[in-house]
Design a binder for this molecule. Structure first.
Ligand SMILES: N[C@@H](CCC(=O)N[C@@H](CS)C(=O)NCC(=O)O)C(=O)O
Length: 353
């Protein structure tokens, strides 16, 4: 059986679990501790969760690489549409979910007192179970660390809070009409768009107290989609290869990606390429500044490479869908593919010494 080493409150552990459930692949979740987090990183070279242990002894990390590999090893049911336009959009939505929604998801968890108290206590009792001391005391350094990394470190300030909240609220408003009409984001079968969105939507926005309350009130069909995906054990015959055309109602989600996510990915990639330590990006009328993220730059190159490999007819359709500005950004300058540094690196691809 597959073993997922992670935490039952983690964004990307949840994304991988959603994928395995949609695929109908049985797995066991093994809760990481501080010690095992460091030890397991030696198998893959990256200190992050989840780490996937395969029955044949192989180890994998990074949900994108894992899903790429498992889609090849277990092609049925497919979660990647074979239609070039739909396949590209499902990967674009996955990238948006993995990279752009990270900030609002972490913001809602660590900026609100109730959420931060609950989640730091769960981490203290869970992941830090191998560190001696009372949970009440262990909670405080966790709170400090998570706020330093995931609020200040991701560029959250009191001035840009409303813009970060809008990332979540506008997404709910864009998805609610779609998911009140059908079961899955892109059509009659779950795709990588659903799996990507499931990461932040399930473990953070659905399960954390403050965004969960907002989701139930503002977007009940999104809440139903989260639990629908969690309840999957295979897709019951649905297959992403049946998703062959784009529906008009995804315009709201596409606009969020074009206006907010792609410019951020580009600003970060350009700052990485220039060797700058910081990226500055405009979200609405607000500035967001954070340390350049090499892994995130790699996610833009992946999209650029996928775009350049498409047939001209698909690129034309995507120009109509995404607009000329987004397509200019996807067509170049093409940044080099991200290659993790040798040795141990962190989730951003930075070497750990
Ligand atoms: N790109 C990775 C991201 C994995 C990731 O960022 N995991 C988070 C937890 S959800 C992590 O390991 N954080 C480590 C930390 O906070 O130090 C993936 O797709 O798996």
């Amino acid at each position: 059986m597959l073993v997922v080493h992670g935490l039952d409150l983690s964004y990307f552990t949840g994304k991988l679990e959603g994928y395995l459930r949609a695929k109908g692949l049985p797995y066991r979740l093994c809760e990481i501790s501080v010690g095992s987090f460091r030890r397991l990183a030696r198998h893959t070279g990256v200190q992050q969760m989840p780490q996937l242990e395969m029955p044949d002894g192989r180890w994998m990390t990074d949900t994108v690489r894992i899903i790429d590999a498992l889609e090849t090893e277990w092609p049925e049911p497919a979660l990647t549409p074979s239609d070039p336009v739909c396949g590209f959009i499902s990967g674009l939505i996955e990238t948006f979910a993995d990279e752009h929604l990270w900030r609002p998801a972490l913001y809602y968890r660590w900026a609100f007192a109730d959420d931060a108290r609950l989640m730091s206590a769960r981490l203290a009792r869970g992941m830090l179970r191998d560190i001696p001391g009372p949970a009440a005391l262990k909670r405080l350094p966790i709170l400090w660390r998570q706020r330093a990394h995931y609020l200040r470190g991701e560029g959250v300030t009191s001035a840009n809070r409303a813009a970060i909240e809008a990332d979540y609220l506008d997404l709910l408003d864009a998805l609610e009409p779609v998911l009140s009409r059908r079961d899955w984001v892109m059509g009659d079968a779950p795709t990588r768009a659903d799996i990507g969105l499931f990461g932040p939507m399930f473990r953070h926005f659905h399960c954390d107290p403050t965004p969960g309350r907002i989701m139930r009130a503002r977007a009940p069909s999104v809440a139903a989609w989260v639990t629908r995906l969690w309840a999957l054990n295979g897709t019951g015959g649905a297959d992403a290869r049946s998703v062959t055309s784009m529906t008009d109602d995804l315009g709201g989600v596409i606009s969020l990606i074009v206006e907010r996510c792609l410019p951020e990915l580009m600003a970060n990639a350009a700052a990485c390429a220039a060797g700058a330590g910081q990226v500055r990006y405009r979200l609405g009328n607000n500035d967001i500044r954070y340390s350049t993220n090499p892994y995130r730059a790699g996610r833009l190159s992946r999209l650029q490479h996928a775009f350049s490999a498409l047939p001209p007819s698909a690129r034309n359709t995507l120009t109509d869908l995404l607009g000329a500005a987004a397509v200019r950004l996807l067509s170049g300058p093409v940044f080099p593919e991200f290659v993790p540094a040798p040795g141990l690196s962190d989730r951003q691809g930075r070497p750990i010494r």
